[in-house]
Design a protein around this ligand. Sequence first.
Ligand code: ASP
Length: 464
Amino acid sequence: MKRTYIKDLSKEVGQEVTISGWVDVRRDQGKMVFMDMRDMTGKVQGVVLPNHPEAIEQVKEVRNEWVLSVTGLINKRPERNVKAGVLNGDIEMEITGIEVLNKSETIPFDISGDTKEINEEVRLKYRYVDLRSDRMQKNIRNRHKVIKFIRDYLDNENFIEVETPILTKSTPEGSRDYVVPARLYPGKFYALPQSPQQYKQLLMTAGVEKYFQIARCMRDEDTRGDRQPEFTQLDMEMSFVKQEDVMELNEKLLIELVTKLYPEKKIQQIPFPRLTYAEAMEKYGNDKPDLREDKNDPDLLAFCWVIDFPFFEKTDTGAWTFTHNPFSRPKPEHVEWLMKKENIGEILTTQYDVALNGMEIGGGSIRNHDPEALRKVFEIMGHESDAIDRNFGHMMTAFSLGTPPHGGIAWGLDRFVMTLQNEPNIREVIPFAKTGEGKDPMMDSPAEISVDQLLELGITLRKK
Ligand code: ASP
């Protein structure tokens, strides 16, 4: 018989139907056995009555989390047993036939409640079981909805999604790169992208004008509580725009997304308040202030923009480095300082960050599309001329071949979804997350590779 989804069962009263899914709970009451079934659309209470001896015999063997196809009659519940406001609270399935599709050992932990209390390493080792819980199902399904909303919204605004390479080149631009040995070129390496920054700018040279991507970014940083070796950005870039245009589009998108998908949430202030970096530091002591008037309200969203960041800051060794992005353009009134390499500490950039409830959830800038100005940035940071050409020559070449003024932004999607879902950390909204120490207990990665693989790559490991 054709499969009926559990959410549609109330339309089938009086009919015999077949559902497929997992045994959510089974309660053996001797003469009759209750067995609730679950599929991706919901749950339903089932019961095997004594007048179906064959089914009774089958259901006695069945255990929680077995995968079954179940046939039965959909009955209205007597008035006194109706559970109002619950999916299928008014019906019950009188089970007449059971087909076992897959058995299950006792699962390693209980998923009927909030699995947050379970040891996280165990949850991640059996992530596919953990993801079956109501809360985790909601997290992945709502994550999908957020991403779909973004895609539809931007498509409607004439953006296109373009995939950029995962195997790219290591350049000294921010964090440490993950590198991948190139077998065909012994001694050479690809790097995994820390972000699609350079590619998205080159797409502006390519005439795309409005680009976005739900992009995976990889950064080999020391593990810190809520960091993951890989994370997801909504990455965006636009041509012929000013700072105001990018901020306006993103603010609208954020507001519409929250209003449509999370109507229970309240945005504290619209338009989003704007603070300069100097104001934020002076008033709140950090550049991602938590402006919530009531920090106990899980449904309050206090967005704000922080602008006018310094372009450069001093490193521990006293050299200059960029605060956000070497490809940013200084504020128009400070471009001259950059060109003359003067007042370096006072040069402000067009960087804009968007903060939410005390977290940075996005940041971007208008870019420096003048090759000479970009060269100055690297000179200020002490890069030698030939190193600049080697590492960033392709950017400077592109900027001398017809590149429109452009700017963009990237959101940390995991953090944003985490806040929307009222979760305490990003691992709760990343389907296959790694531990806080960067390990994947399910796949057992990172892992050693075989001697043959090493030989093929021309790699010898140093003895420890
Ligand atoms: N690529 C930048 C980042 O990952 C964001 C941007 O400026 O668009 O932080």
